[in-house]
Write a protein that binds this ligand. Structure first.
Ligand code: NCD
Length: 341
């Protein structure tokens, strides 16, 4: 039986999220030092076990583990015995047998990290599973937003996002980031609106605590933060869009649209960005964009998560209903849970 891990934002609840944010404040300070390293996890081993491509999430977890003085191991399916037909179970049990304390797992199947957690002794952290969840992305987004709002107000970062109006725009249906962000932003008191074509909305958002809209131009003047999602082309199994051009025109943060924005509106994107489709280059690189801060802060936030897990488990205070408890749950996501036996 595995130790406590982090599979969903719902594992944390509001109290757990705030605790991670506070810990991340301290680790952000560590990251600013000339030698950005502390001995906190000396003797521990963190393995990244990725069955799907990744740039920032994997590097960020590895940087976080190294800055805590943990040893790291890195597994990528494309260069492993998976290509020879080894099953998910045999693969993760092999990594576990090498002696790891935390396994950071990314997989194309919703529910795969939860299944892995039943098989291994290590703590399992979900680094993105299918269209289910990506909890550390949502945590670093909360951290980044709270930092940006504090800088603007000239005050210390708040423990909540009370009243902050956030639109999550684009391919919500296939986005694990959207599901984790809805839970995390909602738990901190933000007002979340989902915006996109009906074909890219989840079959139901009942219990998510969000509003659903289909006209970006109508929503933009009403919000503080525009959180853009990548069109998940690898998960688009049918023709859900008339054309990419039309998608960009209706739901992209184009240069034209950006000219009409409130100067205070903040823009976020989890990356990888498809410039020219969901976001114009000029917008991605503008002062209102938090994209680089999101990547930067990911390391401190993941240090906080790893530290809390190995220092005795993340606190549990379920957030209750929400995307993870609804159709986005592994059993109901339409992806059928972990496929490998
Ligand atoms: C996201 C992911 O892989 O879920 N990227 C990330 O981890 N920052 C978003 C995406 O792929 O669109």
């Amino acid at each position: 039986m595995s130790r406590p891990g982090l599979l969903s934002v719902a594992d944390l609840g509001r109290g757990g999220i705030v605790e991670v944010l506070h810990l991340a404040d301290s680790f952000a300070e560590v990251s600013e030092r000339a030698i950005p390293k502390v001995p906190a996890l000396r003797g521990k081993t963190v393995a990244t076990v990725f069955f799907e491509p990744s740039t920032r999430t994997r590097l960020s977890f590895e940087a976080a583990a190294k800055r805590l003085s943990a040893d790291t191991m890195s597994f990528a399916a494309a260069t492993s015995s998976v290509t020879k037909g080894e099953s998910l179970r045999d693969t993760v049990e092999t990594v576990d047998a090498l002696g790891v304390d935390v396994m950071v797992v990314r997989h194309a199947s919703s529910g795969a990290p939860a299944q892995v957690a039943r098989w291994v002794d290590a703590c399992v952290v979900n680094a993105g599973d299918g269209q289910h969840e990506h909890p550390t992305q949502a945590l670093l987004d909360c951290f980044t937003l709270r930092e940006a709002l504090a800088a603007r107000a000239g005050s210390p970062p708040a423990d909540d996002l009370a009243g902050v109006r956030i639109a999550i725009v684009g391919d919500v249906r296939h986005s694990r980031v959207a599901r984790s962000c809805v839970l995390a932003f909602g738990a901190l008191g933000a007002r979340v609106t989902l915006v996109g074509p009906a074909t890219l909305m989840p079959p139901t958002t009942q219990g998510w605590g969000v509003e659903v809209r289909h006209d970006l131009d109508e929503v933009l003047p009403e919000i503080d933060v525009c959180y853009l999602l990548r069109l998940q082309s690898e998960r688009l199994r049918e023709a859900l869009l008339p054309s990419l051009g039309e998608y960009s025109e209706r739901f992209g943060l184009t240069r034209d649209r950006a000219r009409r924005l409130d100067p205070d509106l903040l823009v976020m994107h989890p990356g990888p960005m498809i410039r020219g489709l969901e976001i114009a280059s000029g917008v991605a690189d503008s002062a209102r964009s938090l994209v680089t801060r999101q990547v930067h802060n990911g390391v401190a936030v993941r240090m906080a998560v790893l530290f809390r897990l190995l220092a005795g488990g993340l606190p549990s205070e379920p957030t209750g209903a929400g995307p993870a408890a609804d159709e986005a749950s592994p059993a109901g996501s339409g992806q059928g849970g972990a496929r490998h036996g």
